[in-house]
Every structure is written in C-alpha cells, then in structure tokens.
Design a protein around this ligand. Sequence first.
Ligand SMILES: [Zn+2]
Length: 840
Amino acid sequence: MIPVSDTSVLTRTEAVERHSLLDVRTVHLDLDLTRGPEVFGSTTLIRFACTAPGSATYVDVIPAALHRAVLNGRELDVATLRDGRLPLTDLAADNELTVEADMAYSHTGEGMHRYTDPADGEDYVYTQSFLGDGPRVFASFDQPDLKARYTLSVTAPHQWAVIGNSLGHQPSPGRWNFAPTPPISSYLVSVVAGPLHSVRAEHDGIPLGLHCRRSLAAHLDADAAELLEITRQGFDHYHRVFRHRYPFGSYDQCFVPEFNAGAMENPGCVTLRDEYVFRSAVPDTQREERAMVVIHEMAHMWFGDLVTMKWWDDLWLNESFAEYMAYSVTAASTRFTSAWTGFAADRKTWGYDADQRPSTHPVAPGTVDDTAQALQNFDGISYAKGAAALRQLVAWLGEDAFLAGVNDYFDEHAFGNATLDDLLRALAAASGRDVQGWAERWLRTTGVDTLRLTGGRIDHTSPDGTPRPHQLTVARYRRTADGTLELTDRVPLDLAADGTAAPLDPAAGATDGTAADLTLLNDTDLSYVKIRLDPASWQTVRSSLGAVPEELARAVLWSAARDQVRDGELAPAEYLQLVADHLPGETSVHLVDAVLAFAHEFVADSAVPPAERPAALAALARVCRTLLARTEGEADRTGLRLVAVRGVIATADQSQAAELRDWLAAGTVPGGPALDPDLRWQLLLRLCVLGAAGEPEIAAELAADPSSTSEEGAARCRAALPDPAAKEAAWQALFHGELSNYLAAATARGLWRPEQAELLDGLTTRYFEELGPAAARRGPALARVLTTAAFPAFAATEHTVRAAEACLADPDLTVATRRGLVDQLDTLRRAVRARALSGQ
Ligand SMILES: [Zn+2]
C-alpha cells in the first residue's frame, strides 16, 4: 500500500528547470492489468532529448515495487528512488529510458482506481492522473509543459474492454494496442478497463462511445439518446465557433465509479462520475447539470488539451473557460435554455462563498508554487467566479471579438502550452481593447464588489478599495392593481472602475413619474457582484418576491437574501419567512432546489439556535407539503414534485415517521412518484435518524438491491442511527479504517445529525484531535471528505470555533486539510454570527 501524501509535490521552479533541459518526444506505455487485485504492471519507454548533455534530472514514479530502470542501455540503481523521484544522471543529447514497475491500485480515486461492483462482483479500473497522481500509473516527466506522443498497450483479462485516449484494437484476446496520440500532457493520459457496457455512435466523422459498468447497462441505454444528442450539439457548436476541428480523433465518454471530480477532460477518453448514469428519477436540473458537464469537458478538448496551461497557476485558463462555455453553449444549443438561472441560483454561490473566505485567491494567481497548492485551486474561484468574469469579458468585448481572439490563441499554440499573457495578447489584438487592464482588475484581485442602492444612487464598493468595472442591467418594477409586479424598464449600465457613485433617477421608467416599487441592480445576472436593495425595494421583495416575472431576476433576489444571511445582515427567521411566503408558489425547479438546500443545510441545521430548530424545520416541511399538494396529479416534467418529496422526507419529524414507514411499505408516495432506489434510501435514512428504523431494515434494503447505491445508502443509514455504538463504529471506519473515498463520504454524511446533538457532543472535540493524522494518512481526496461531509457544521458555537482555530495551529496539517478547515471555519463563524442575530 502506497500512502497518498504530499510527498510527490513538484515545485514550479523545478518544473521550469526541467522544461529548459528536456524535450520529451514519445512515450510507450505498456500496462498489465492481470496481476491480481493489489497491483498492476507498468512498463514505460520514454524517448527524450536533453539540451545539456552530461547533466542530470529525475523521472517521476511512485511504484509499489520498482523492478528495473535502464537509461541509454545503462542499468540504474532502483534503490536511489526517493519521494517519487528516480535520479537520472549523465544524460545524452538523445535518450531512451525504460522503467519497469508494479504499481498499487488506489481506492481513493487517485492514480489507478480499482473497484468491485457489489451488484455482480465484476472489477473495473480507471486512471485519474492529474496533479501528481500520474506517476502512480506510469513513470513520466510529470508536468503540463512536457508534452509527448503516447502509445499505449494494455494486457487485460479476456472478457474486459479497454478504452484509451485514441482508438484501440485487439491483436489477440486480452491484448489491446492504441494508436499514437497527438502531443498531450502526462496528466491527460487515460485508461478505463473492465467488462464495460458500451453504446457506440458516430457524428460528423467522429466515432463516439458511451461506456459504463455492466450493472448500469439498462440505465445508460435509457439515457444514451439524450447523452448522444448533447454530445452532437456540443460538437456542432464548437465546430461552428472554433476554426480548429476536434483534434483527437475518437470521443469516448466513460462513466466510472467512485470518481472524485465531476469529470475529467482526458483527450478522446473523458471520464465522468457514474452517478450521471441515473438509476433513479432526477429533476431536470440534474439532467441539465449532466449536459453541462458533457459540454464542459468537450470545451477542454480545445482549451486545456489542444492548448494546455504551461503551469498550474493558469489553471483558470482551463476551468474558467470550460465552465463559461458549459453554461453559454448549454443555454444556446441544447434544450436546457435556462442554464444561466442555475448558474445564478446555485453554482455562482460557490464562487461568492469562496471569494469571501480567508483562503480566497485571484482567479489568475500570480504564482502557484507547487502541485499541492495547485490542487487546492480547483475551487469556486477557478470555476464559478472565473466563468462569471469571462461572462463580463464577453459582455465587454462582444462575442465575435472574444472568439476571434480565442481562435488566434488556438492557432498560435496548438498542441503546445500557453500562459494567461498569451491569451490576453490575442484577445487585445482581436478587439483593440485594453484587455490587460481589464484582467488586472478582474483576474488579479480577490473579493466581491458590492453595489448598494441608496437615495437613487449606486454606492459601489470593493473589499480592497479598488472597485471593478461592471457591465450590467438595472430593472425597475411597479406593482399593478392586481398585486403582481410589472417590469417598467430595463437599462444597461456601464459602471466605471473608479467606484464613482452613479446616479439612478428613481422616477425614470415609471410613466406617471412615481418611484419604482422595486429597483433591481444586475437583474439579468450579467455581473459578479453583491447587491443591496434600497429599503422601499426590499419591502417590495418581502411582500412580492414571488411576483417578480423573470426567473433569473428572482434568482438574483434569492441570492441577495442568501448572502445577507451569511453576512449577518438578515436574521435567519426573516429568511425563513421569505421562504414560507414565496417558495410554495415558485415554478422554477432551479430556485426551489437551491433555496431549500440553503434554508435547510445552513439556516435550519446551523444558523438558528438549537431551540428554534424544530420550528424552522417544521416551516420548511410546510413549504414542501404545499409544493407537494400543488403538484398533485400534474405531469411532472421538471421534477418539481420530486424535489418537494425529497424535502418532505428530509424535514420529517417524529410525528411523521409512521407516514414515511407507510410510504416505504407501499413503495410509493401517495399520488406518486413510485419509490426508486434513491428515494427508498432517503426515506430509510430519515427513519434511522428519527430512531424509527434500524439494522434489520437496513440489511433488508441492502439485500433487495445489492449495488453501490445501496452500499453507500447503508453506510449513511448505519452512521445516522441514534446509538453510541453505531456512532463509534462509523467513527472508527472514517478516521481509522480504509474506506474508499465514496464509502467514507457516505459514512460522514450519516454521522452528524443536528437532531442527535447530545449524542454527538464528545465527537465534536474528537474530530479536531483526530482529523490531522487521519487526513495525512489517507491523502488529499480523503482530506477533502474529512473536512467537508465529515465536518460538524451543525455545532455552530464559539466552542467549536475555538476548537477549529486550535486545530489550525497544528503545523503538521497537510495542505489539503488546512485549506478544508479554513473554509469550514469561515462558514462556521458566519453561522455563529447568524445565531447571535436570532438571540436579539
Ligand atoms: Zn474542467
């Protein structure tokens, strides 16, 4: 077993040095997947040039056993391997390096992950190579700017299929050879193998494949038409706007188990978490999210794979661009035309929250010193804020100039690497604008600007005293005689970067000269900014939020209410009142889903004092019941009813336990939907939390549907039982066991239940004692689980804050643990502050 830790960290300085020394040409990679469940064979042949013959460097490799390494015919001493680096000395102008090793399979989604499907006992493996995990699969010069042509061969059990970055064929049973790739970075090399179920198609000359575990075959088949349609729409869009055609031949999308990210953009072999093969009914928002993931990864084929950032400080070049394209292309070219509402209601809050924490960083940080730091930047800043910033850039430059610059950038750097400056130069040349100046304000600074409407003027502030320029719109509404709101006008507003307060004529737009009842800044959510309404407008929101006609404007208002709660400016009770008044009539599933999630997880579970929690939960339950009644008998095309059912289950108290048991026994919610695996496990979880079900019910459910859904459902339920022995067992598994990444997350989600505060009291203290060692032992992916799902967020007290602060003082925390804890502490402090408001 190879401990996953920060030891394989590469620094920027080292990468620059090695890049100046080496030119990697080809890599032949031969993997043997027939060596049992613990290890696989990995033989790498790297041909590379060296600009300074006689000098030394090292190759990255993290093996279970290093058998042999030969450089230019000379046997190397494998005992010189230290911290994932094998020294290479006396390099020639042209070199040939062979490394033979056994590599360990991973169960944390880092390196070559191996998984046994509980449904049928079949084994599957897949690689996740980025940010330092590639050398757990094969020896390489593992940095983005040493691209090479990769030729892959794999020996696998005869009944397996193997998917790689390029098209493969089988010269003999169990042997797979793949065509050489164009030059790609080592972190993008991908292999997926197992007795896969595949759906194949073709579009515009591109062979397409969809692949999943055999036990998910029926579910993939049911959704294949939708997935392929999105894929075709994505390719058509990109081929319309980019001058380069898709550069990697075939396009396989592999749905893989226990995947840490949403998906990974391996050229020609995208890996996606296989929860996207839906086993249960989902609201349309989840289908939209899946469509956006498909479009996001496809954007990377150009932005990230064809042209790759030189170093991880330009991670945003990859992620912000792909994220922006995901929303804009999904909204423009697929059936999910309201994708930007989802962005406003949900995704963007990820960016706002991250940007107001002590751990915030610029979208484009000046320097990222090493790969461990870089891994922490896969956050709300690089994705959501970066995408919002690009949306501003496109609004300012115009889409044509933006795309012209991007295409020039692709032309200049195809199959190579580039930096932020390269992109800015191309955009400036194409648009004739000062894009560098724009980037200084938008990409090189941190924090969220605030626009506050007072006395007919916009007060424009920023945390660092230097406000950004904003392109946005302002809408004005007037109340009509029948109580609805009517849009009287919408005007574009070009706010300068100097923070000059811009006057807004309060009467403008109202035909009879009276003031508007509601003036809403950024109503189309074009900019990335916090808004605060004038008192009269806020009164209108309180009485009439649900009457605002546009879904996107309502999303902006809900988002403003949300961050006022987080900022301690709006009492949790007032937010819950808004929910009670305006959510029961809401038609947007985006909004119902996002508002209920925040109202439950942050407000009811954490930000209201424990004594007020039952009432808060009961208020949410009434909202969900009203939504349920409203959708009775309706054809549920968007999934609103499903969201309501989930809410009813999650907020149920003791008095409703018998009803939930009846639903479970009947296999349906009265009036539908019928219970599918997800709903059954949600029901059982709630019953376990309430002490109304236990091990016999869990075991029966698991036996009825042996699957990963059930294994995770059972882990969650067992950890949620109101019983000290169950809590201790969950604790031991989580902090001292070897749970896979997914089973650890499921266990963590069951563990902390606000209803069981007394039972959990001692564990909150233990959490801060045992977190550091456990996270160090299990590596960055598990550190993320332990600092998110396993964090006792419900215990929002000064005592917990002080315990978290004391824990952070430990100098031995890993980079991933420290970052996770800093972020949780920020949310915790906000909850404590909100609780104080309730006490007033
Ligand atoms: Zn991405």
